[in-house]
Design a binder for this molecule. Structure first.
Ligand SMILES: [Zn+2]
Length: 331
């Protein structure tokens, strides 16, 4: 751990980390010092100082300061050990990240070779080839990934480490439609939706990263938040490009921070309307959490038993969904 810490501190610039997370600094008189709004507390006048030479921060507003690791601990509210793991993952992922790129590209090629996969996308209402390409959607037939990656020179250990294959050497994804999850341009995880009888959802045992496609969605002051990637895909297809997804109903502290970054943002939660009300309960819990950090929250009501995906598959149009947004409950 000691060695890792030294490596993290030497190789990661606090300023760069802050900027990756959309911190907007202005220079002060000194060349090495920057000031901006504090990411750790709400304020309107900048009091958060970063010394780029010493790699340290101090906020005159909330009185907190320290090094990169201290900052990430406070920012993501993580215990020390998990903070180190997070930084390792976010900033030194080169071999695994490349591996995931190769895997996603391979699965993308498979999509067009397996009619069952394209049929499945059609059933889920996804028919725009440009969007399917843009989202990088692929298909894992199962049983051929390991051979392909081994031929490219990837070691068994790395494949095992990434979660792409099991210790018995079997592909983790089998008969699944694959969505790559990107963060800052790099693939951090793969989501696989079963098209057969297996449990529907599967992610690799790695961090989910931030909100889905946040780089393109973060510019909107009104954001639609959905549970699943098929919900997101049909909404994007219908023109609602301000839709993002946390894959499930639980948001990490970092994802809540992403939503709260832009002051006064409105978030429309459009979760599943399942018979047991689980989606709606989750929506209300999340709504309270988002309200507490200053977000205007609306809950979108869909017909009983539907989610945004099945709503569109059942024949709804963009105009219908716009009506649902207008009639959403404001909290
Ligand atoms: Zn502060």
């Amino acid at each position: 751990m000691g060695e890792n810490l030294e490596r993290l501190k030497q190789h990661i610039s606090l300023l760069e980390y802050l900027q990756r997370h959309n911190w907007k600094p202005c220079r002060t008189g000194s060349r090495q010092e920057f000031v901006g709004l504090c990411p750790l507390h709400q304020e309107t006048r900048p009091s958060f100082y970063v010394n780029a030479a010493k790699n340290l921060f101090y906020c005159h507003g909330c009185g907190r300061g320290g090094d990169l690791i201290r900052f990430v601990q406070l920012f993501l509210q993580l215990p020390f050990h998990q903070t180190v793991v997070h930084l390792e993952e976010e900033l030194t992922p080169a071999p695994v990240s490349l591996l995931l790129e190769e895997t996603a590209a391979f699965y993308q090629l498979q999509l067009h070779r397996h009619p069952e996969a394209t049929r499945y996308l059609e059933q889920r209402g996804l028919h725009n080839p440009a969007l399917i390409e843009e989202l990088g959607i692929g298909y894992a037939p199962g049983g051929n990934l390991r051979r392909h990656l081994a031929a490219l020179g990837y070691s068994f250990d790395l494949l095992l480490d990434s979660g792409l294959i099991s210790s018995q050497g079997r592909d983790a994804f089998c008969h699944r439609v694959i969505f790559p999850c990107r963060q800052l341009g790099q693939i951090v995880n793969l989501y696989g939706r079963s098209i057969g009888a297996a449990f529907p959802h599967r992610l690799l045992p790695r961090s989910k990263g931030g909100l889905f496609a946040w780089e393109s969605v973060s510019r909107f002051s009104t954001v639609i938040l959905v549970e699943g990637l098929f919900d997101l895909a049909v909404l994007w297809q219908a023109g609602f490009r301000n839709t993002t997804c946390a894959i499930g109903t639980q948001l990490t502290p970092a994802q809540v921070v992403q939503l709260a970054e832009q002051p006064g943002r409105s978030v429309y939660i459009a979760f599943d309307h399942d018979d047991n009300q689980a989606g709606q309960k989750a929506a209300h819990q999340l709504a309270r959490r988002l309200q507490s950090v200053g977000i205007h929250v609306h809950i979108v009501r869909l017909p009983e038993g539907l989610d945004p995906n099945s709503y569109f598959v059942a024949g709804a149009s963009a105009a219908d969904f716009t009506t649902r947004l207008r009639e959403a409950d404001q909290l």
